[in-house]
Ligand binder design. Structure first.
Ligand code: HEM
Length: 133
C-alpha cells in the first residue's frame, strides 16, 4: 500500500495548492473558473478516497492497531466526510449555472469548507508520516 499511499500524498499536496488557487480565483471574481477548479478538486478527492483512503481505512480497522484509533486518524476521517458532503452539496447547488445570489449566500459556508479541507489534508499528511515514515 505504501506506493499508492505515496501517490495519494502527492495528490493531497496538489489539493492544498489547488484549493488556494481556487480561493484566489474567487477573490479575483473569476467565479466560473473557481467553480470548475473546485469541481476538479472534488473529483480528485473522491478518487483518492475510493482508490487509496477507503482500502487503507478498511485495513486499519480490521487490523485494529493503535493507529486505527489515533486522534489524527479520527479527526482526518471525520473532516474528510464533512468535506466530501459539503463539496458535493455546493456543486449540486451550482449545477454549472452562472454564479448567482444562491452561490454568494454560500460564501461563508465555502470559507468554512476551505478551512476544513486544508485541516483535513494537513492531518492526512501527518497520518501518512505516522503510518509509513
Ligand atoms: C466545492 C468547493 C468550493 C470551495 C472549497 C469554495 C471555496 C470558496 C472560498 C474559500 C471562497 C472565499 C470566501 C470568502 O472570501 O469569504 C469562495 C467564494 C465564492 N465562491 Fe466558492 N468554493 C467552492 C465551490 C464553488 C462553486 C461551485 C461556485 C459556483 C460557481 C462558487 C462560487 C463562489 C462565489 C460566488 C464566491 C463569492 C465571491 C465573492 O466574494 O465575490 N464556489 N469559495
Amino acid at each position: 500500500m505504501a506506493s499508492t499511499s505515496q501517490l495519494n500524498l502527492y495528490i493531497q499536496l496538489i489539493l492544498i495548492v489547488g484549493l488556494t488557487v481556487g480561493l484566489l480565483l474567487s477573490k479575483r471574481k473569476k467565479l466560473v473558473q473557481h467553480g470548475w477548479l473546485m469541481l476538479i478538486l472534488t473529483l480528485l478527492n473522491l478518487a483518492s478516497i475510493i482508490v487509496v483512503m477507503a482500502p487503507v481505512a478498511y485495513q486499519l480497522l480490521t487490523r485494529l492497531t493503535l493507529s486505527s484509533f489515533s486522534l489524527i486518524t479520527i479527526l482526518h476521517a471525520s473532516l474528510g466526510l464533512i468535506v466530501l458532503y459539503l463539496s458535493i452539496r455546493l456543486l449540486t447547488i451550482w449545477r454549472f449555472q452562472k454564479p448567482g445570489s444562491t452561490c454568494y449566500r454560500m460564501k461563508d459556508q465555502m470559507l468554512k469548507l476551505y478551512l476544513f479541507w486544508v485541516a483535513e489534508v494537513i492531518l492526512g499528511i501527518a497520518l501518512y508520516y505516522q503510518l509509513y515514515i
